[in-house]
Ligand binder design. Sequence first.
Ligand code: IFL
Length: 243
Amino acid sequence: MLFRSWVRTNLNFNVDASFQVFETNIRMLGGLLSAFHCVGERRLLDLAVDLANRLLVAFTKSPTGIPYRFVNLRTGAVSGPQTNLAETGTYIAEFGFLSELTGDRRYYNAAKRALQAAFQRRTSLNLLPFAIHAETGQFLNRTATIGPPADSFYEYLFDGWQLFRDADLKSWYDTLTAAIVRRQAETVNGRLWFRQVDAFTGQTVSRTQSELAAFYAGLLAQGGDVTRGRSVQIGRASCRERV
Ligand code: IFL
């Protein structure tokens, strides 16, 4: 109740400052939409629409559809064209839900176009390097990883399919996942691990993996590959035991 009355009277996105599009989406837009979903208060949806319209500029000003990393919520000035996969493709759950609530397809379309812009630039191995330029669409590195700053790109492809039954998203997920499993998976003593590889040649770049990559066990299982998902999970659990 306290939260709702504070939001009703104080929350205002007309702020003359640069906001990170990715973080603002998952935390603020996602928070408002979740709250609206729970209590159905119209003001929460109005605020979500206002915020999404301000964020949308980061997509519409980009020649490729890959969003700039930052947008000034008041002026609409964009910055940060050097971005990554997670900050390219972690919008469709929030933007898609907003499109469903409002009937305005611009949000869904912007989020999907960004996912597609990265997907269509995949290498001949069907892998994606994690760093990309929003204006040129060129990759800025060669390393493919399931960890940050790529992670939720893959997660949101599958979420988009589950939430909105968009077959394009499922086929992009399937194509990329098959390549990740083929090129990055390694089994050591029965435990599955995903190394980082050169997305153009498939050569190993590193065997380090961030804790944030833990989501991949669940994602594989969610996507229907329960056996590999379990194997990743068991591998991670046994690593923790040894630490
Ligand atoms: O990849 C993202 C990571 O999962 C996170 N923070 C930001 C990264 C993208 O920049 O939690």
